[in-house]
Design a protein around this ligand. Structure first.
Ligand SMILES: *Cc1c(COP(=O)(O)O)cnc(C)c1O
Length: 835
């Protein structure tokens, strides 16, 4: 697309090392996402912990030759990479934005820009659903709306596109001006304003004003005038910043006269009919209406915003009516589920285009649990490229990602099968029906399968065949939230402090290798499990990070060594026992960890043991001590901070003594989750992050920065009317005082829902309401009093998760979040997703 010398000029870089001419097609920001080395330009962006410059070595090795960096490069550095082009700039992120803003200017296509607090991605995806038959659309993949996501989205524009739809999101003042230069939308949509990201702004008005900067050069701005803050801000914006004469406001309102005035909203049978008067061209107005297959308020608002865009584009009325009725919910999640015959299934059967395919393949590659990777892909519709060009590009990506088995479904892909000749195994079907007929001959087993198909291919039929059936109580685990939480704690760490992630007890109930894969992908330094078999499980699933085992039992030494797991040694008995085992096996320098007891009085060597422990270690070459650590009793409790300091002092003294006598160097660590934030001076060489990773911290300040990871859900199996005076459940404990409606839900104490939550102590979240438990919690079921609430059998009930914190559930049952999370039984299936 651009030659490297053009790019040098566009971003005004200093070409500090100049080499062969190159043509750049791809922007690379993450070394793990490398696909096309020769035509990629790598920007070394800075993260909270490290700069991208550390990946140059690895990328150069893999054939990347073009780099943009804002880090200081010295001559030694450059001579290590003799064939590379190095472009030195002041700020690599700004250069990336400059380059993509330049790229945007090369095209005159109409562009829709969307911002606001909620609904950006849905409005964008719905506009795509509504308009993709009329235009060749380029749009942001998923929710790529950040300072980095927007440049990557806009970089995709090519000459075949005739409409762009991009979303922009900001969390601080001054960010939108940069995004405006990259998107420069002619048509603007402002969805709404809410509480998200408020901390980056002085007040609501400033937040709105900042977001409005996206529309500085727009022709029209579509917005809901019913929020007075938004309405006032937009009218002032239009008056002040109007940069050209034909700027128009296109407002809609339910209460007042607007360009589109909504006069009636009626919901029935799952449909919402919206009637309005369009006053844009005619003072007396023109009656218009649509119906959408959703009834919730957010969907109604999103649909009206889309409707205004269609009206502005003068879309045919009949077409609007037809397409609105066909709107489908937007699936933004990549779900990882247990499949048949020990497979893992990633279901992304809602869209198929090259960008979302690449994102889904990255997620597939992150999975290490099976060495075989299978992709089932439908025809990719509307790419704007010829079939040959498109599938050659797809095949090149599949080779890069080491896909072993490729199953293509659709008439077009069948025609292009020659493109896939380098994939070890390929199979083609002209339709989903044909695939289904042959399903049992394909023998899916022990493999990770990615299902990726355009809607019309109805791949949900295949996911039904491939996924293990789950009982209707599930625990959903948001992998993005774990990543987010990890980054929040990394930002709390002083430079150089290492991080051990605690994945004991099935990762606090959230899963095993699924979580470990993610942590390995994000390069934590260490993992820790409670028992050897937990570590073995992780090794079998392809986890190569060092793993510490906290309860090493002598019967498991064989497995420990076979799987290269590192035991925690906490007593002389275990020290000598493990040494005996290693001596017999002729092993020396085996990595171990030494646990000191500084006040917990649970496991560990005490201060009085240090001298003999040191002498023992010094005289023996059986062990290599990787780390020495201790555990804090009350790092979350202010009243006990003095005790915490006493523990730390004792720990450091013991470490010094150990070091002095043995001459060893080892990592020292004492801080768990609560200590990372509350006791920064105790971060030492490493911290052990546990519950915080899963979204729980005892400090409100830290809790606020975390995202919810787990959501436990079930469904209503039956609803009954129960008369006043009757009782509900065992032992007649649940007395009904007035005529009531009772719902039975599919979760009980055998699933880990505490029986202590009986008789109104516990509550669940049902369609926006908190409803109390009535009677006693049974083994597999619980009854709720849902009097006055409109719900139906089969509706979803949230036990804890996004709207209902596990802190609350824990306090109602007089326990702590740790016990609730780890107590959810294995009978409850875990579903992992990435947004
Ligand atoms: C579980 C555990 C941790 C993690 O504690 P959190 O409070 O969950 O962060 C740290 N160290 C040891 C020894 C543990 O057993």
């Amino acid at each position: 697309m651009y030659s490297i010398s053009e790019i040098v000029q566009i971003i005004k870089a200093d070409w500090v090392q100049q080499n062969a001419a190159a043509t750049i097609d791809h922007i690379l920001l993450d070394s793990r996402k490398l696909l096309f080395p020769a035509s990629s330009l790598f920007f070394t962006l800075g993260g909270p912990r490290r700069n991208g410059i550390i990946f140059i070595d690895e990328l150069y090795e893999k054939g990347v030759r073009n780099f943009v960096t804002d880090q200081q490069l010295n001559p030694d550095h450059l001579s290590k990479y003799p064939e590379a082009n190095f472009l030195q700039v002041r700020d690599a992120l700004q250069s990336l934005q400059q380059l993509t803003a330049f790229h945007r200017k090369q095209f005159t296509l109409p562009v829709i820009g969307i911002t606001g607090s909620n609904g950006k991605t849905i409005v964008k995806e719905w506009l795509y659903q509504l308009l993709h038959n009329n235009y060749n659309i380029v749009r942001s993949p998923k929710s790529y709306n950040s300072q980095i996501g927007v440049p990557l989205s806009v970089w995709q524009i090519n000459g075949a596109h005739d409409l762009g739809i991009f979303e922009a999101g900001i969390s601080h003042a001054d960010e939108m001006e940069r995004l405006e230069k990259i998107i420069t939308p002619g048509i603007g949509v402002f969805t709404n304003i809410g509480d998200a990201h408020s901390e980056g702004f002085l007040n609501v008005r400033q937040k709105i004003n900042e977001k409005l900067k996206l529309f500085l050069h727009s022709d029209v701005l579509i917005f809901n005038a019913d929020d007075p803050d938004v309405n006032n801000a937009i009218n002032t914006f239009a008056g002040n910043v109007r940069s050209h004469d034909n700027f128009q406001l296109f407002s809609w309102s339910k209460n007042a006269k607007a360009a589109l005035q909504i006069i009636d909203i009626e919901k029935s049978n799952g449909l919402t009919t919206i009637k309005a008067i369009d006053y844009r061209h005619d003072k007396s107005g023109k009656a218009v209406s649509i119906a959408i297959p959703f009834t919730d308020e957010a969907s109604v608002e999103n649909a009206i915003n889309c409707w205004c865009v269609l009206l502005y584009l003068s879309t045919d009325e009949l077409l609007i009516a037809e397409k609105m009725l066909q709107l489908r919910s937007v699936e933004m999640r990549l779900e990882l589920k247990k499949g048949i015959n020990n497979c893992s299934v990633i279901n992304d059967s809602y869209s198929a285009d090259i960008n979302s395919l690449t994102i889904a393949l990255d997620f597939l590659v992150q999975q290490q649990q099976h060495s075989n990777r299978t992709l089932i892909l439908s025809d990719i519709l509307q790419s704007g490229k010829s079939g040959r060009e498109l599938y050659t590009a797809v095949a090149a990506i599949l080779e890069q990602k080491k896909i072993n088995r490729f199953i293509g479904v659709g008439p077009e892909i069948v025609k292009q099968q020659a493109a896939f000749k380098n994939i070890p195994q390929t199979i083609f079907f002209s339709s989903t029906a044909e695939f289904k007929q042959q399903f049992y001959t394909l023998h899916f087993h022990n493999e990770t399968i990615l299902l990726k198909g355009a809607r019309v291919f109805e791949f949900e039929q295949l996911s039904h065949l491939l996924e293990e059936k789950v009982h209707q109580t599930v625990m959903e685990i948001n992998l993005n939230a774990i990543t987010h939480n990890l980054k929040q704690y990394q930002q709390e760490l002083k430079p150089g402090v290492k991080l051990m992630a605690m994945v004991k007890a099935f990762s606090y109930g959230s899963g095993s290798f699924e979580i470990a894969n993610l942590l390995q992908f994000h390069k934590v330094d260490y993992l820790a499990v409670a028992y050897t078999d937990e570590g073995v499980e992780l090794r079998k699933a392809g986890i190569t990070l060092p793993i510490m085992v906290m309860n090493a039992e002598d019967v498991t030494y064989d497995l420990m060594v076979q799987y290269n797991l590192e035991p925690e040694l906490f007593s002389f008995a275990i020290l000598t026992g493990f040494q005996r085992y290693l001596l017999q096996s002729g092993i020396t320098n085996y990595p171990v960890h030494i646990k000191l007891d500084t006040g917990m009085h649970r496991l560990g060597f005490e201060a009085k043991d240090i001298e003999s422990l040191s002498a023992f270690l010094k005289s023996s070459s059986t062990f290599k001590v990787q780390s020495v650590f201790s555990h804090l009793v009350a790092s979350d409790t202010e009243e006990l901070d003095e005790f915490t300091q006493t523990q730390a002092d004792l720990f450091l003294q013991s470490c010094d003594a150990l070091q002095k006598i043995t001459g060893y160097t080892f990592l020292r660590h004492i801080g768990n989750t609560a200590a990372i934030h509350r006791h920064k001076n105790l971060q030492l060489d490493m911290v052990r992050l546990g519950i915080g990773l899963y979204g729980i911290d005892s400090s409100p300040a830290m809790q606020q920065q975390l995202k919810n990871v787990t959501t436990l859900k079930t469904t209503i199996s039956q609803i009954k009317n129960v008369k006043a005076g009757e009782t509900v459940g065992y032992s007649r404990k649940g007395t009904v005082k007035k005529d009531s409606v009772i719902a039975t839900v599919r979760i009980g104490y055998a699933d880990g829902y505490p029986r202590a939550l009986s008789n109104g102590k516990g509550k669940m979240w049902l369609n926006g309401n908190l409803v109390p438990v009535i009677g006693v919690v049974c083994m597999d079921m619980t009854m709720l009093d849902i009097t006055g609430i409109h719900v139906a059998e089969g509706d979803e009930v949230i036990i804890f998760g996004e709207p209902l914190s596990v802190h609350d559930v824990a306090s109602w049952s007089k326990t702590i979040p740790y016990e609730i999370l780890t107590g959810i039984s294995q009978r409850v299936k875990r579903v992992y997703f990435e947004e």
